[in-house]
Design a protein around this ligand. Structure first.
Ligand code: UD1
Length: 422
């Protein structure tokens, strides 16, 4: 199992290229299932979850080629196996994104239930309820969701769907299913994340009729068939946010090429309040800090609020900043797995349910720590970059799931970091 060895204490300097967003690329690869024509996606990040998604859709009979420049060409014309097996779904919950498109195009699908996950129970009840509202017949048996159309139906039917909570992949499943349904679908309480907007824009290029994306009410007028398209995946705001925190925490200066400040307002506002300088420049974001930051309290919420996917990384920054801070996680019930590992580095944190109280300014010293989930891993890397001495981050397959060559990018910024393979 690979580990990352970090010798901390070097401010990061230079320029880093932000990749395409994992959370946009995954639904967009699934959107290719909606058409029998070729779909070309550019700016697809090189990471494990994308490899898993490609494996999943190839297993369905889709041809998918990727080149070295991040372009993936897909053709779902010969798709003949509308199934997502447990073996693949268990490693990546986003596989549930295959359900909507498969059902919409083939009238039936068999997708494994995702099961548990380190950061919470993460059910898919809303996905099921929404598709049922569109007429789908869904039974759960032997750990699989078996979805089909009622007898005599050729397509799903448009519906008014109001989810109990805001769900990102739920909204994406409904968008894709509704694009090929008969009649109008209205999604209330829809997620507003930039990845939803990017997916909607791709679907519109394929001939879908969608309006209101980027707001909490999306309207989709179903069409009979979608055609192929060419689309570039939006830049990864979470990767950019992670680098913003890493540069600010180490007291350096860097330009994040392709970073989108407009997608990171909540995080950037906190960085500014902390005393870092963050500016939009042509083609990206520049961040600067002298290192002496003021800790910030924050609460995770749906977009455009502070992203849960940035909670752990900003907490790492709060460790080295001055003063106390309170971090409240409202999206997932068990997303403080990094806290105990940070404490191994000398952090002073107490947790009470969904609130973590951080006492900033404690001297951090290197230790062996274990990555527990994707964003927790990134937070431990940031903590390792500021800790004195050597930090060894174990189980970095979590990091590889969602970051495109993170250690190479950090090395490019002057970090002393290397991958140790065993
Ligand atoms: C997506 C992101 C993930 C991010 C999360 C929240 C992808 C591939 N993943 O995950 O990186 O952390 O949004 O921003 O885009 N819920 C239910 N029932 C459902 C669906 C959701 O109870 O059917 C709950 C979840 O347990 C969670 C909350 O709703 O507490 C939000 O989850 P959701 O937005 O669905 O997260 P994902 O789409 O899985």
């Amino acid at each position: 199992m690979d580990k990352l060895l970090i010798r901390g204490g070097r401010p990061l300097h230079g320029e880093v290229l932000i990749s395409g967003a994992k959370n946009a690329a995954l639904p967009e690869l699934c959107a290719a299932l909606l058409s029998a024509q070729p779909v070309t996606l550019h700016n697809v990040p090189r990471l494990q979850d994308v490899a898993t998604m490609l494996k999943l859709i190839r297993n369905m009979g889709v041809t998918a080629e990727r080149d070295d420049n991040g372009t993936v060409t897909l053709n779902a014309g010969a798709l003949n196996n509308p199934e997502a097996p447990y073996e693949l779904v268990k490693t990546m919950r986003a596989s549930v994104l295959a359900l909507g498109p498969l059902l919409a195009r083939f009238g039936h699908a068999k997708v494994s239930l995702p099961g548990g996950c380190a950061i919470g129970s993460r059910p898919v009840d809303q996905h099921i309820k929404g598709l049922q509202a569109m007429g789908a017949v869904i039974t759960v048996e032997n750990g699989y969701m078996n979805a089909s159309l009622p007898e005599g139906w050729k397509r799903l039917k448009g519906a008014h769907i109001t989810t109990d909570m805001v769900t990102v992949t739920g909204t994406e499943n409904f968008l894709m299913a509704a694009a090929l349904a008969e009649g109008e679908t209205v999604l209330e309480n829809a997620a507003m994340e930039p990845e939803i907007t990017d997916l909607a824009e791709m679907l519109i290029k394929m001939g879908a009729r969608i309006s209101g994306h980027g707001t909490s009410r999306i309207t989709i007028e179903g069409v009979e068939a979608l055609h192929g398209c060419e689309h570039a995946v939006v830049a990864d705001r979470i990767e950019a946010g992670t680098f913003l925190c890493a540069v600010a925490a180490t007291g350096g200066e860097a330009f994040l090429r392709h970073g989108r400040a407009d997608h990171l307002s909540a995080v950037i506002d906190k960085l500014l309040e902390a005393g870092a300088q963050v500016q939009t420049e042509e083609g990206g974001i520049r961040v600067r800090s002298q290192g002496r930051l003021k800790a910030q309290s924050f609460r995770t919420t749906e977009y455009p609020g502070f992203p849960t996917d940035m909670q752990a990384q900003f907490m790492a920054l709060n460790l080295v900043a001055e003063g106390p801070s309170m971090v409240t996680e409202t999206i997932f019930e068990n997303r403080f797995m990094h806290v105990n590992e940070m404490m191994r580095l000398g952090a002073r944190i107490t947790t009470d349910g969904r609130v973590a109280t951080v006492e900033g300014g404690a001297p951090l010293s290197g230790a062996t720590v274990m990555a527990t989930d994707l964003r927790a891993s990134a937070s431990l890397v940031i903590a390792g970059l500021v800790a004195k001495g050597e930090t060894l981050v174990d189980r970095i397959y979590h990091l590889d799931r969602g970051y495109d060559r993170m250690e190479a990018k950090l090395r490019g910024l002057g970090a002393d970091i290397e991958r140790v393979s065993q």
